[in-house]
Design a protein around this ligand. Structure first.
Ligand code: ADP
Ligand code: ZN
Ligand code: ZN
Length: 749
């Protein structure tokens, strides 16, 4: 809008401040300076790239001597009106700087980190120009240039070519390493026009043609809702293997055929290759795939294709909720309970909540699907605020697997007792019959606890208050919270004794143990340490699918979305890993994880079995998982969260105060607590607020920063928002101390 009154641009800069800035629009830019375009503006002595959030009347910035916009960078808005409004909602609700929200919503590089042209498709590409077929050649060529060799071999593994920015940013090989490869005549760097889709070469899965009766009914209801002017939200609870994915795709098809767009969010693309390939099978070139493994260039290509309307369907992880799909008619969040939908840094948005809001703005249907819906969604479905739909049975004639518990307290023999006799026998039996098994242990590394038996010394990270994990193959003690690692030790650094004990079992140790117990078995491990390369997840899963693996062992990565018909046994090595965390979601997370991983068994012709090892067999999360009783679990957990009150009964925000000086953090936290108490006491409309803390966070030191926190509980979302915004702009936070506001936190650690 450019009227006589709207002559001032309100601009957000990608900076950690909640305020926006006003600029005068020079006459010659009046046509092009519209809401949603990027602009170059003077800021202090520099120029910065920002985004016009809105055009406002001069009266909105009275008395200010405004500087003029310098340049308009786009010929059309990079965010349309709906997306602008969505971003404003995110900034407002999560109390985040609007500029950072815009930056998160746009492909990398568009706002901040340089202002390039979104239409630019030419980029630097590295290509291998000389093969080194033998190991001897490699040793000769690289000698001690270990990083160059790693770069070469990584490049080789991803097909011999990659964008320079991808090698640098995602894979961590700096310019000088790449230049070294070029100097040795092994690779070349050139400028190329690239537009490629990394999933293009992947084979596609064929979908079943006939939906069963229940699927048909659910699809009909969803399609009917999607045609309403205000379709609202539908929660689809379908047991694992009930055929939800097939229903999603049919629904998306009907929406796309009616001329609108469709968005499908998944927790992690690399872990859900089957979902992606099915969507591809249906939509071919019309679908853009967005995930964290994409290079910046690939991401921008996909974004451009959506924005121009060339593609109308997107499948992607968390940030794909901001994809510029035109006129979305349906937004589906698959595995909606998954914690990865919450962003762990500012803006700390939850993609599920953003999906609900975006659907509302676009008149789209929002579908939240899961075998184990979050209690937040379930509570709304139960009370009829949202539509509840169910797929209670598997789509294939194979029943849900039988789940049995193994009480670890009854096991005999010396520790570590990794495999109970029952689990060992069951594995032996599957290996002998040529059937496959999955083993879950949600803890990586070899030993998670290194201590001295003489003096009690414990290996902890020097910048975090967490114990270091011993990674045996690498010979390092590693912190799983920051980048710190150090060499393994033979003797205690405190008392010099050689009495170090390595306890606490991780996946690396289980792998070794399996190798000893089943020397002939083919074992694969899938966790963060074995999946560093871009396609390594897919490679591991492909080899499982081809029957080249007898036992697939892994962390929660193996629990999601996998449809592996050869798997007849699932073993959970230690169900208590998550159950013992000091977090109000510990039971819910454990129940979800057990249900998900159990759902991987018996998807083929042969029935499945699940063995859960635990020292707390009577815990209700385990008991309910044993009998696939979601509703029983939800009822009990909802009751447990009534007192002390936790979501979904009320709204929660976690205020984390951190800094490098322990005393300063403590006194800032105490002062903030007092200030908040004064605030809620002074206003009658905030009387229902409950404040908890301040207290040290469960992990009270992280990456060198001391941490305290404070919980705010409020029955009313709007009141909580008001408190948070007032706090962000008025609470006095001393310099050197940082306040982070995490609204609707996924974890309180
Ligand atoms: P979910 O997403 O609920 O876990 P999927 O959509 O992955 O379930 O379906 C599980 C399995 O059942 C897949 O192998 C799928 O091909 C199959 N399936 C789904 N619907 C049908 C159907 N109507 N007839 C036969 N097989 C089906
Ligand atoms: Zn010691
Ligand atoms: Zn650390």
């Amino acid at each position: 809008m450019t009227g006589p009154d709207a002559t001032i641009a309100r601009v957000s800069l990608p900076r950690p401040v909640r305020q926006s800035f006003h600029y005068r629009i020079p006459d010659e830019l009046r046509e092009s300076a519209v809401a949603g375009v990027r602009v170059s503006v003077p800021f202090g002595r520099r120029r910065e790239t920002g985004l016009i959030e809105a055009l406002v009347a001069p009266s909105a910035a009275p008395g200010l001597k405004l500087r003029a916009l310098h340049r308009v960078l786009d010929s059309e808005p990079v965010l349309d009106a709906d997306l602008l409004e969505l971003c404003r909602w995110v900034a407002d609700y999560y109390v985040a700087p609007a500029g950072l929200v815009f930056r998160a919503a746009l492909p990398p590089g568009l706002l901040g980190g340089g202002a390039d042209d979104p239409g630019e498709l030419r980029r630097q590409v590295v290509k291998i120009t000389r093969d080194l077929p033998t190991l001897t050649e490699r040793e000769q060529v690289f000698g001690r240039a270990r990083r160059q060799r790693e770069a070469y071999e990584t490049l080789e593994a991803i097909g011999g070519r990659a964008e320079v920015s991808h090698m640098e940013k995602q894979l961590g090989f700096g310019r000088s390493i790449l230049a070294g490869l070029v100097e040795r005549g092994l690779a070349e760097i050139s400028l190329e026009t690239v537009e490629r889709d990394p999933f293009a070469e992947q084979e596609t899965d064929v979908l079943p043609i006939e939906l069963n009766r229940r699927q048909q009914r659910v699809l009909a209801e969803l399609a009917d809702l999607a045609r309403q002017p205000e379709p609202g939200v539908a929660v689809l609870r379908g047991v694992t293997g009930s055929g939800k994915t097939v229903v999603y795709i049919r629904l998306m098809r009907s929406v796309v055929d009616s001329g609108r767009g469709a968005i499908l969010l998944v927790p992690e693309i690399s872990l859900t290759p089957q979902t992606v390939s099915r969507v591809r099978a249906e939509f071919g070139d019309e679908v853009a795939v967005l995930h964290s493994g994409l290079s910046d260039g690939e991401r921008k290509d996909a974004w451009t294709a959506l924005r121009t309307g060339r593609k109308r369907v997107v499948v992607g992880t968390r940030s794909a909720i901001f994809a510029p799909v035109r006129d979305p008619g349906v937004i589906i969040v698959d595995e909606e309970h998954d914690g990865s939908y919450k962003q762990g840094e500012t803006p700390r948005y939850h993609a599920r909540s953003v999906a609900v809001v975006r659907a509302g703005l676009s008149g789209a249907l929002c579908v939240l699907g899961s075998a184990t819906p979050s209690l937040e969604s379930w509570a709304r479905a139960r009370t009829g605020q949202w539509t509840a739909l169910q797929l209670p049975e598997r789509a294939t004639p194979h029943p849900l697997p039988e789940v049995e518990v193994v009480d670890l307290r009854e096991e005999e023999g010396p520790p570590p007792r990794i495999l109970s006799k029952r689990l060992r026998d069951a594995l032996a039996d599957r290996i002998e019959r040529g059937e496959q098994s999955l083993l879950l242990l949600n803890r990586r590394g070899h030993s998670t606890w290194v201590s001295c038996e003489s003096c009690g010394w414990i290996a902890v990270c020097r910048s975090c208050n967490v114990s270091l994990t011993w990674h045996r193959k690498r010979g390092r003690l590693v912190c799983h919270h920051c980048a710190h690692e150090e060499p393994s030790r033979e003797t205690c650094p405190e008392c010099g004794a050689g009495t170090l004990a390595y306890t606490g079992v991780g996946t690396e140790q289980v792998e070794r143990h399996l190798g000893e117990v089943f020397p002939a078995a083919r074992i694969a491990r899938m966790d963060v340490d074995t999946t560093g390369r871009k396609w390594s997840h897919r490679d591991i899963l492909d080899s499982v699918r081809r029957g080249e693996v007898d036992v697939l062992l892994g962390t929660q990565m193996i629990s999601k979305g996998l449809d592996l018909p050869g798997v007849t046994l699932v073993g959970v090595i230690d169900a208590d890993v998550g159950l013992n965390l000091p977090d109000f979601r510990a039971s819910e997370r454990s129940f979800q994880l057990l249900s998900q991983v159990a759902g991987r068994a018996g998807r083929g012709r042969r029935p499945g079995k699940v063995l859960v090892q635990t020292a707390r067999p009577s815990h209700f999360a385990i008991q309910c998982a044993l009998v696939h009783d979601y509703e029983g679990f939800a009822e009990r957990e909802l009751a447990d969260r009534e007192e002390p009150g936790y979501p979904p009964h009320l709204r929660l925000a976690n205020l984390v105060i951190s800094g490098r000086d322990e005393d300063a953090v403590e006194s800032a936290a105490l002062a903030l607590g007092d200030w908040l108490e004064g605030l809620v006491a002074a206003r009658r409309e905030l009387a229902a607020t409950r404040l908890l803390g301040p207290a040290p966070c469960p992990i009270d030191r992280l990456r060198g920063r001391w941490r305290w926190h404070l919980l705010i509980k409020q029955p009313d979302a709007a009141a909580l928002g008001a408190i948070l915004r007032f706090t962000a702009s008025h609470a006095a936070i001393p310099s050197g101390v940082r306040l982070e506001i995490d609204r609707d936190p996924e974890s309180l650690l």
